[in-house]
Design a protein around this ligand. Structure first.
Ligand code: FAD
Length: 512
């Protein structure tokens, strides 16, 4: 048997590699043209694949590494030399990919067995047991196709014993969100991020990528390339995060600071999603620090991080599995506008949007709150098509894969389906002003809702609520917001609608 490793399955300890020492890897260059993927993403994936190839060879594996236009061409070449071979493939996380790849192997006279994907901490069976244990009959329990992360998160903590003291959550609480919504003082600078000097492989790949994919979206400057490409580098990034950045990750995880793209976030999603790090070892490293009396690892930071990985990441993966293929077309609010031009050009007077888009263009990264409360919140209340936004996230981010971007954008960010959340993450300028220093340097007034100079977030927010009242008023958790909607008189609504229309025009013609 030969283990077929995909570009996001680079974990050298994956279960199939314990049984077989023949490995196939295909670097599919045409596949990378399906979308104008960010050059940093392509550099990352191809470089990490080539490094994994070399490490496996050093460890004694016989690796066939094929550079081809497509998986089909790569398999043609492989099976010409290895007729009738049997491949074992970890089931890819993106919908339908496993079956598609297996059929391609069978068409070429080979065999292909799909096995569990080692990139996740929980299995399909774990999820099914959880859904069964909830009874599956009420909203949020899976019975109606909707799920709630908090229920799942506590279940996984109990089942795995992660951050538990016996039957109780460590520290006494399940959730320390209240301690994690601070903004840093004005004189704060974020801790340094780990640096990895690009080696010959990364430089060669980068040259190839910038030459071949020269029309792709995003900055290609190697000086901005911050991502680990080997398991050793990824382990170093994890260690550095736990030792240096974790304590401030806690309180500042929802904060946004002008000129700062990383703050104290772990920046580990690309390494985890490529398989360079396993989710369990990431969580264990953070929990070990909490248990170590000599380490600085406060419970609010540790719990906040653990929730992201074993709560949100695993949750999104399973909800995606359960909700596809429908999630790919869901659009319950019927939003169809093109994305504002600023998402492509980065040119806007709005400091928050301009900063967030710049981070994505330069680095292929923006942290969670920029993704949720700026980039998708704005697209949501602007009325943008959730699937165009999903495509934008998918092509623009270094950690983007269909299985993770889709539930985050279509579910969490734009409420195109209620599978992951019972209400939209929509807000006016209040949120951005509370959690960032952006509004103080912005020419738009965050306190003004209508008229010249008023922050676009405000009129769009109220207009969005009014426009989607039929669906949103009844969602249960929007009562307070709709009491404010009810307080506004006709004159206010006319001004709001006029300003919202003006902003949408500015969004279309690139003058936002
Ligand atoms: P940290 O803030 O340090 O969090 C630690 C880890 O938790 C992350 O590395 C990640 O592995 C995991 N995590 C946290 N939240 C989520 C989540 N909602 N879904 C999955 N994993 C999570 N994450 C991606 O990996 N790829 C994407 O394409 C992606 N697209 C997103 C789009 C939108 C609109 C939103 C709101 C979120 C998206 N996320 C995505 C989730 C999250 O924003 C990123 O995982 C996180 O910002 C990555 O940065 P970090 O490693 O510094 O994370």
């Amino acid at each position: 048997m030969t283990v077929w490793l995909l570009g996001d399955q680079l974990n050298p300890n994956a279960a199939p590699l314990q049984h077989d020492d023949h490995v196939l890897m295909i670097e599919a260059h045409g596949f990378a043209e399906r979308m104008p993927y960010h050059p940093q993403k392509l550099t990352l994936v191809f470089s990490a694949m080539r490094h994994a190839r070399d490490s496996l060879r050093e460890a004694g594996y016989e690796v066939t590494y094929v550079e081809a236009e497509s998986f089909g061409e790569g398999l043609d070449r492989y099976f010409e030399a290895n007729q009738g071979d049997a491949l074992v493939l970890q089931r890819p996380a993106s919908h339908g990919a496993g079956e598609r790849l297996r059929d391609m192997v069978v068409d070429r006279g080979g065999h292909c067995t799909l096995v569990d994907n080692d990139g996740f901490l929980t299995s399909h069976e774990d999820w099914d047991e959880w859904v069964d244990s909830r009874g599956g009959s009420t909203a949020g329990d899976g019975g109606d196709g909707t799920y709630r992360q908090e229920h799942w998160y506590r279940h996984v903590r109990r089942e795995t014993g992660v951050l538990m003291d016996g039957d109780d959550p460590a520290g006494g609480e399940w959730n320390y969100d209240d301690a994690n919504r601070e903004t840093p003082p004005d004189d704060w600078s974020p801790p340094r991020i780990p640096e990895f000097e690009p080696d010959a492989i990364t430089r060669e790949v980068h040259e190839f990528v910038t030459d071949r994919y020269d029309d792709h979206w995003g900055g290609a400057d190697l000086a901005d390339f911050a991502w680990p490409v080997t398991r050793e580098q990824a382990l170093h990034a994890l260690e550095q995060f736990v030792e240096v950045r974790l304590p401030e990750f806690g309180p500042y995880q929802d904060a946004m600071v002008e000129g700062e793209w990383a703050l104290s976030h772990s920046l580990l999603s690309p390494a985890i999603n490529l398989g360079l790090l396993r989710p369990r070892e990431v969580v264990d490293a953070v929990v070990d620090a909490y248990r170590d009396p000599d380490a600085d690892a406060p419970i609010n930071a540790v719990e906040g991080f653990v929730r992201q990985v074993i709560g949100w990441r695993e949750f999104m993966r399973h909800v995606y599995r359960e909700s596809m293929p429908g999630m790919d077309e869901a659009n319950q609010l019927d939003q169809t506008r093109d994305l504002p031009e600023a998402y492509w050009t980065g040119e806007t007077e709005m400091t928050c949007l301009s900063e967030a888009v710049k981070h994505v263009r330069d680095r292929g990264y923006a942290h969670h709150i920029e993704r949720l409360m700026v980039l998708s919140n704005f697209a949501l209340i602007y009325g943008a098509d959730p699937h165009e936004l999903n495509r934008w996230f998918h092509l623009g981010f270094v950690d983007a894969f269909h299985w993770v971007t889709t539930p985050n954008v279509v579910g969490m960010g734009t409420f195109a389906t209620d599978a992951v959340s019972s209400k939209p993450y929509a807000s006016s300028a209040n949120y951005v002003n509370r959690m960032s220093d952006y509004c103080s340097s912005c020419p738009y007034y965050h306190t003004k809702t209508t008229g010249e100079g008023s922050c676009p977030f405000n009129a769009l927010y109220w207009d969005f609520l009014k426009d989607n009242e039929a669906i949103l008023r009844g969602t249960g958790r929007m009562g307070l917001m709709y009491s404010h909607v009810d307080d506004k008189d006709d004159e206010e609504w006319a001004a709001i609608q006029e300003r919202a229309a003006e902003i949408r025009e500015m969004g279309d013609d690139g003058t936002l």
